[in-house]
Design a protein around this ligand. Structure first.
Ligand SMILES: Nc1ncnc2c1ncn2[C@@H]1O[C@H](COP(=O)(O)OP(=O)(O)OP(=O)(O)O)[C@@H](O)[C@H]1O
Length: 264
């Protein structure tokens, strides 16, 4: 389904574009239907840049991003619009996606205007309610409300519901858990697990190793734009082959261990 082949992205910096920064270097990865792939890296390692290229919002400087064999960076206009019916992103800060001036459910109206103009209002309302139930939100709790009347977790779920309305095949989830409180985190992770069982592919972008293990089938570890390690999540976590991964793992707080015990 999604493939990145030797993808690099270089930004030109400085007033005259005379300096370069390679944010992503020779990255290859794939996501198949029903598969969650975690892309894990520290701040600045290039995760968001990769997510943007997957969504067709930025083009690789080198290499190819393809979805079902079609090159994403070549898509423009209607073709890109059609692609976004199958591939959507949800980002870290749900508050920044919502315009505080408008009611939060405007995000659904925009999907209707953009993609489903011919669907009658009553039928659309039904679809929105089904999508909200799909993310375990009670429509009456969230419809007709302003963003400030809703919690971060509710807004985040509304964005996932918006993606579901489009019947997408791939979700780019960029740090969607980081800002949520612990119990909402588990809910959203469980929800992603359910969506995965129904065939959705997820590129789960996070700086948090512990979150990455929770639902992902495969893990890709990124450092300074380069893949240092990739493989089945269990192998990467139990038997990391790269020093960098071992150091990252050592930095994760150990479960079932008291803080005053020395870490071996
Ligand atoms: N439009 C841009 N112009 C110039 N440099 C950029 C641009 N976008 C990203 N970068 C740089 O590319 C590098 C990777 O950034 P990116 O946002 O992809 O990292 P990240 O892993 O998502 O980090 P974070 O978790 O902090 O968001 C950083 O050094 C960043 O400053």
């Amino acid at each position: 389904m999604l493939r990145l082949d030797q993808v690099s992205k270089t930004f030109r910096l400085g007033a005259f574009g005379n300096r370069e920064l390679t944010a992503v270097k020779d990255v290859s990865l794939s996501v198949d239907p029903g598969e969650v792939v975690s892309l894990i890296g520290e701040s600045g390692s290039g995760k968001t840049t990769i997510g943007r290229m997957v969504l067709g919002l930025a083009s690789p400087t080198k290499g190819r991003v393809t979805f079902d064999g079609v090159q994403v960076s070549g898509l423009r206009g209607r073709a890109l619009h059609g692609y976004h019916r199958r591939v959507q992103g949800v980002f870290q800060d749900p508050f920044s996606t919502f315009n505080p001036v408008f009611k939060a459910d405007r995000v659904f109206a925009l999907v209707r205007d953009g993609f489903f103009g011919s669907v009658p209002a009553a039928q659309w309302r039904q679809r929105v309610e089904t999508a909200l139930h799909g993310v375990r939100l009670e429509p009456a709790d969230v419809l007709d409300k302003y963003p400030h009347q809703l919690s971060g977790g509710q807004l985040q779920r509304m964005l996932i519901a918006r993606a579901l309305l489009l019947d997408i095949r791939l979700l780019v989830a960029d740090e969607i858990i980081s800002m949520l409180d612990a119990s909402t985190r588990v809910d959203v992770l469980n929800l992603l697990g359910e969506l995965k069982s129904s065939g959705l592919g997820v590129l789960f972008v996070t700086h948090d190793l512990a979150l990455g293990t929770y639902i992902s089938d495969r893990t890709v570890i990124l450092r300074a734009g380069e893949v240092v390690e990739a493989g089945p999540t269990e192998t990467v976590f139990t038997n990391p082959s790269h020093e960098y991964t071992r150091n990252l793992l050592a930095a994760v707080p150990h479960l079932h261990r008291r803080w005053d015990e020395p870490v071996k």
